[in-house]
Design a protein around this ligand. Structure first.
Ligand code: NAD
Ligand code: USQ
Length: 393
């Protein structure tokens, strides 16, 4: 299959491009490299030393014999997006290419707007290009579990049957996102659903949970293929951050009470979920939603797991409950359905001690690259970054 992986230089996109290429698909990466620019803006870095995109792709060619084409293009530039569709004629367009950090979107008004422009405009451009150039192309779009928030009822996969005043309907599941970033995903979902309805586009919205880990079957083949590994308080995510903190002897930063519960999955399952979605395209006009996570944990449970495995390796791992920079619910109900991908053949990689130990090993091997001043959160939901004087402001 001819597949474009937009955002293919990023944490999820790079290993997905390798996985799809390894499975024999003809892969083109489209990326604006904006994430590397944001690293500069934040004075941040990947804990693992990642090569340039050109060097990574050349290393993959050497290791696997497979070509991955690269196009440096910004999805907010419609001419560039249209050219991708005209020249590549993809059968599937996997769309990872967004600004994906909740704290980044909460820094200040300018960042909230830049986040919306990048994500919502980029996705609108992709929808128009599919309609105008490649109407049969399957859009595989990364959404997020955070679109739903934490309602006091079970979370369904995109849709809910509602009975109201004696009448029933199947309606989009209510959304209560927790940051301006998560809101961009809600707007994307609405725009995609509308485009499917009016233009007959086929789309799968993958509401992905928080991804942990970094290595996959393909990235392990050569150190030059290593994935990025974010640890800073803006782009680093819960479990990976805890393991890195344990590796550098920093207390694990559980925000607030720690009972906040989310869906999580291993990066090895991310790449497989994308393959499953591409292999089983939505019908023309169908807007399909899959909840893409494998297990639910509270942040406290994750930190406890990380602490146990780190202490077994002789590390002095400690947990700190620090003031929550976000506005979040504690002690909430959380029960989300995730059967669609399992029914299509996903075999989850669960969060075992071996998995934790492998991530910790990579963190320990690269601990010298950590800039400790980036670990504590400097962006708050109420006052952005200015109140704390964080450099990001
Ligand atoms: P990332 O920041 O590591 O990678 C995103 C990539 O997209 C970067 O290489 C960036 O340069 C590129 N990009 C961003 N905007 C672009 C644009 N306008 N044009 C072209 N390229 C652009 O993020 P990630 O962790 O790989 O996340 C990928 C996708 O998965 C995002 O949409 C994110 O919302 C979603 N997601 C991620 C997680 C997670 O835990 N990492 C969880 C759920 C959903
Ligand atoms: N948290 C801590 N300590 C930390 C970091 C986070 O307690 O050091 C807590 C947060 O308060 C939150 C939970 O962990 O309750 C998850 O936070 P996160 O930073 O790991 O993840 P989040 O901001 O939700 O965003 C990440 C990705 C985003 C994706 C989302 C999936 O950055 O792209 O959309 O996970 S989901 O959470 O399902 O919406």
């Amino acid at each position: 299959m001819k597949i474009v992986v937009a955002g293919g230089d990023g944490f999820c996109g790079w290993p997905t491009a390798l996985h799809l290429s390894d499975r024999g698909h003809e892969v083109t990466i489209v990326d604006s490299l904006v994430r590397r620019e944001i690293d500069e803006e934040l004075g941040s870095n990947s804990m693992t030393p990642i090569l340039s995109l050109t060097e990574r792709v050349a290393a993959w060619k050497e290791v696997s014999g497979q070509d991955i084409a690269v196009r440096i293009a910004d999805l907010t530039d419609y001419d560039a997006v249209r050219a991708v569709f005209e020249e590549e004629r993809p059968e599937a367009f996997v769309h990872f290419a967004e600004h994906r950090s909740a704290p980044y979107s909460m820094i200040d008004r300018e960042h909230a707007i830049a986040n919306h422009r990048n994500n919502v405009e980029g996705t609108l451009n992709v929808l128009w290009a599919i309609k105008d150039v490649a109407p049969d192309c399957h859009l595989v779009k990364l959404g997020t579990m955070g679109e739903y928030g934490q309602p006091n009822i079970d979370i369904e996969e995109g849709w809910i049957e509602i009975e109201h005043k004696g009448r029933t309907d199947r309606l989009p599941f209510p959304k209560q996102p927790g940051s301006f970033y998560h809101l961009t995903k809600v707007h994307d979902s609405d725009n995609i659903m509308f485009a499917c309805r009016i233009w007959g586009i086929r789309a799968t919205d993958l509401n992905q949970g928080v991804v942990y880990g970094l290595e996959t079957e393909q990235t392990r083949r050569d150190p030059r293929l290593v994935n990025r590994f974010d640890y800073d308080a803006v782009f680093g995510t819960a479990l990976n951050r805890f393991l890195i903190q344990a590796a550098i002897g920093h207390p694990m930063t559980v925000y607030g009470g720690g009972s906040q519960t989310r869906g999580y999955l291993n990066i090895e399952d991310t790449v497989r979920c994308i393959e499953i979605a591409c292999d089983n395209p939505a019908e023309r006009g169908e807007f399909r939603v899959f909840n893409q996570f494998t297990e639910s944990f509270s942040v406290e449970e994750l930190a406890e797991k990380a602490r146990r495995v780190a202490q077994a390796q002789g590390l002095d791992a400690r947990i700190d409950h620090i003031a929550n920079p976000r506005v979040e619910k504690y002690d909430h109900y959380y029960n989300a359905v995730n059967t669609n991908l399992l029914e299509l053949g996903l075999e989850p990689h669960l969060l075992t001690d071996e998995v934790l130990a492998e991530i910790l090993d990579v963190a320990r091997a690269n601990s010298g690259r950590v800039r400790r001043e980036l670990v504590m959160p400097g962006v708050t939901w109420k006052d952005g970054a200015r109140a704390s004087g964080a450099e990001a402001a």
